[in-house]
Write a new protein. Structure first.
Lengths: 315, 426
């Protein structure tokens, strides 16, 4: 798949011929007039404080202006055009492929490829599973954002939560706090074990050496990777600490390192910011020439569904 | 059985308690028995003091003394002050003890009925295993949770009578704990959450509920502070109750050790609300006078002095050195005035004296400590007043909105308190 910038003509063409109000998800459509909209005309999302009372107004605006990017707030306001009278905010997670802490592809800088996008998709699916099974949240939506995925939770019980509660949810979902008891079968202990095992699985020799681990130990850990991962999954961290050449200090450093990497799986600032604007599903990401789309089945997401016509036709 | 309304001894914010408050006698004819109880509540230690007889008169005294304690505290201190900590800690301990005592006496149903008004909860089922709404809880987890609770309380040997307190028995919805998460009284990663339910022991139930009432008490006192900022302290009785509670605060060193509290002292501009930051940067004509002489003058003086122990009418009651005014408060005001467009004191030099007038030193340019009280020490205006008197100053940020801030000082104290609060559960 080729990612490239969109031309002004392509943008215009997209909004006039392809954009359809039916592509707006229900969770946006039903609360459209309560959201603040922001637009980017090439200088960042600086045109904010916009409100649309009807979807037709939004449609006219997009067709006339064809912005580089369109955004809508995660918050619902009494007066969105003044960002006043905060009512509630979706709980969101931003899993950006370009910012993943461990990428197995060769992408660097702000680049993304299908491989790292798929890694971001897997992380989003994993987070959503925890939100469902542990926290019993039901109204969970996925959005492909162009360079990654957004998880947008619309359960009322969490939408009124403030920054401190959202911070704690991020810590829980990412596994970035050591649990009180690592061996408890269910709950956060299980989440934590799963996360550090997955993160460790993605570590290569070089990363472990960069962390400050001795080369001999690193080589041994890589040889016995499956065994180490099994120890982590079963909560047998004492066994890991007793791993030949590990010791208490190195073990502590390894756990700290894994937690740090876990916390970088999503941009926590996005989750705790209750007035954030996020890319509008159905809009065009002009940086990569992809549609930002609602993903109905995250397990079987195909990037094909996000390719705009002008890219398909190879214009 | 219990008199109607007995449940209010566990939840003073229940509607039944509000009914009692509405029919309370006027403050100036409040029975002395209630006044004494309001003060003594913060030093209760024995079960006899904490428990309430199940008769209407005792219940009424209990409720009215609780509200008198809160109002007295709000009259002489500020949100998150040492007085507020003292009151909320005492309230939390009282509620926890009452829950424990009622459970012990076999009135579990009454307690659960009260808890049920604030938290959705279920009881675990023991049907060939431990089940939470058809979800099997692994037996190892069940015993680990029990052992963890025992270890947390430093208990190695426990008899059959005490053991049930430490055995997982209930589950509450994690989303109902949002207020406690907000105040860091619980930490999500330390809870055992399964399908949205947090499995807890009876002891945890008492603690969670007692913490919940403690946090609501803290918020209630903050709301009273804002109300008194608007209308003034309504009664000498509140002043007197507040002063007596203030006098019961343990010595500073001991308190620092025991309680987390708002650090009093040098101003921390990084925690100032947006309106004050804007005023400090200087503003234009139309709002200059209000920003400097009314908002900044009152805000900076109250934030710096943090008056506690009595109703703040004279700064000299709280400071012994006028240099605080000359070196810490006045320079910020003078600098802000200079940043105004045009500089405020250039074309309105009389406003300088007005600043000291609002600080309570009368119309002067050289305030001395002995002048304190010559005029009124103006309280910081509420946000609603600022919005009316100087709308451009009010540009609420996330914190204003999320914490429902109604007074700039509350913003400052809350930010300080949150910064001082460690990021772990109790």
């Amino acid at each position: 798949m080729q990612f490239r910038e969109t031309t002004a003509e392509e943008r215009k063409c997209f909004y006039l011929e392809e954009w359809n109000k039916k592509d707006l998800p229900d969770f946006i459509l039903h609360t459209l007039s309560l959201r603040e909209f922001g637009f980017d005309y090439g200088e960042g999302p600086s045109h904010r404080y916009n409100q649309f009372m009807t979807v037709e107004q939004l449609s006219d605006f997009l067709k006339n202006r064809a912005p580089c990017a369109a955004y809508a707030s995660v918050a619902l306001y009494e007066q969105p055009s003044m960002r006043k009278g905060w009512l509630k905010s979706e709980l969101v997670f931003d899993v950006d492929a370009k910012d993943l802490p461990l990428k197995t592809c060769g992408c660097s800088g702000g680049a993304v490829c299908e491989k790292c996008l798929d890694e971001a998709r897997q992380i989003a699916a994993m987070f959503a599973e925890t939100l469902r099974s542990d926290l019993d949240l039901r109204n969970i939506n996925f959005v492909y954002s162009g360079r990654g995925f957004h998880i947008r939770v619309n359960d009322d019980a969490v939408m009124t939560m403030e920054q401190t509660e959202r911070t704690q949810i991020v810590e829980y979902v990412t596994g970035s706090i050591v649990p009180t008891d690592m061996t408890i079968a269910l709950g956060y202990s299980q989440v934590f074990r799963d996360r550090i095992a997955k993160t460790f699985d993605r570590l290569n020799e070089q990363k472990l050496i960069e962390m400050g681990m001795r080369k001999a130990l690193v080589e041994q850990l890589i040889i016995e990777k499956e065994k180490v991962i099994a120890m982590m999954r079963r909560g047998k961290l004492q066994d890991l600490q007793n791993f030949s050449g590990m010791g208490e200090k190195t073990f502590g450093q390894l756990v700290d390192y894994l937690m740090k990497l876990n916390s970088a799986l999503t941009d926590g600032k996005v989750t705790i910011d209750t007035k954030r604007i996020l890319r509008l599903p159905s809009s065009l990401h002009s940086g990569v020439s992809m549609k930002c789309v609602l993903v109905r089945d995250i397990e079987h997401f195909s990037i094909e569904s996000a390719i705009p016509k002008f890219m398909r036709e190879g214009k | 059985m219990f008199a109607p309304g007995y449940m209010t001894i566990l939840d003073p914010f229940a509607p039944e308690a509000q009914d009692v408050v509405r029919s309370a006698p006027p403050l100036d004819s409040m029975p002395q028995e209630i006044v004494e109880r309001a003060v003594n509540r913060v030093k209760w230690k024995s079960p006899k003091e904490m428990m309430v007889d199940a008769n209407p008169s005792a219940i009424q005294n209990e409720i009215l003394s609780f509200y008198l304690m809160c109002q007295g505290t709000a009259a002489v201190s500020y949100p998150y002050s040492r007085e507020v900590r003292l009151v909320t800690d005492a309230t939390r301990e009282t509620i926890k003890y009452r829950m424990y005592e009622l459970f012990k006496r076999g009135y579990e149903d009454l307690c659960l009925d009260v808890v049920g008004h604030s938290f959705k909860f279920v009881q675990l089922e023991h049907d060939g295993g431990v089940k939470l709404k058809n979800i099997e809880i692994p037996r190892e987890d069940y015993f680990k949770l029990r052992d963890r609770r025992l270890a947390e309380n430093g208990i190695e040997i426990v008899d059959d009578r005490a053991l049930p307190q430490y055995v997982p028995k209930y589950a509450v919805r994690w989303t109902d704990l949002a207020l406690l998460m907000r105040y860091r009284r619980v930490d999500l990663t330390k809870l055992y959450v399964v399908h949205g339910w947090v499995v807890i022991t009876p002891r945890e139930l008492w603690e969670i509920f007692a913490n919940f009432i403690g946090v609501k008490t803290e918020e209630y006192i903050a709301s009273l502070y804002e109300r008194f900022s608007e209308s003034g302290v309504p009664s000498k009785l509140l002043d007197s109750v507040g002063q007596r509670i203030s006098a019961l605060i343990p010595p500073e060193a001991e308190l620092r050790e025991r309680l987390r509290r708002v650090p009093i002292g040098k101003l921390r501009p990084e925690f100032f609300p947006p309106c004050v930051k804007k005023a400090l940067g200087g503003v234009g004509t139309g709002v200059r006078n209000y920003a400097i002489a009314v908002l900044l003058t009152s805000f900076l003086s109250y934030a710096r002095v943090s008056p506690s122990g009595k109703v703040a009418t004279r700064m000299a009651d709280f400071i012994s050195d006028i240099s605080i005014v000359h070196e810490e408060i006045a320079p910020l005001i003078l600098e802000a005035a200079e940043h105004c467009n045009p500089p405020l004191f250039k074309d309105q030099p009389q406003e300088k004296a007005n600043v000291y007038y609002h600080l309570g030193f009368g119309m002067t340019l050289e305030p001395r400590l002995e002048d304190s009280g010559k005029s009124k020490w103006y309280r910081t205006p509420n946000c609603s007043k600022i919005q009316i008197s100087a709308p451009p100053l009010c540009e609420p940020d996330d914190f204003c909105r999320s914490r429902n801030i109604k007074n700039p000082l509350t913003y400052y104290y809350k930010r300080l308190a949150e910064q001082a609060r460690p990021h772990t559960g109790d």
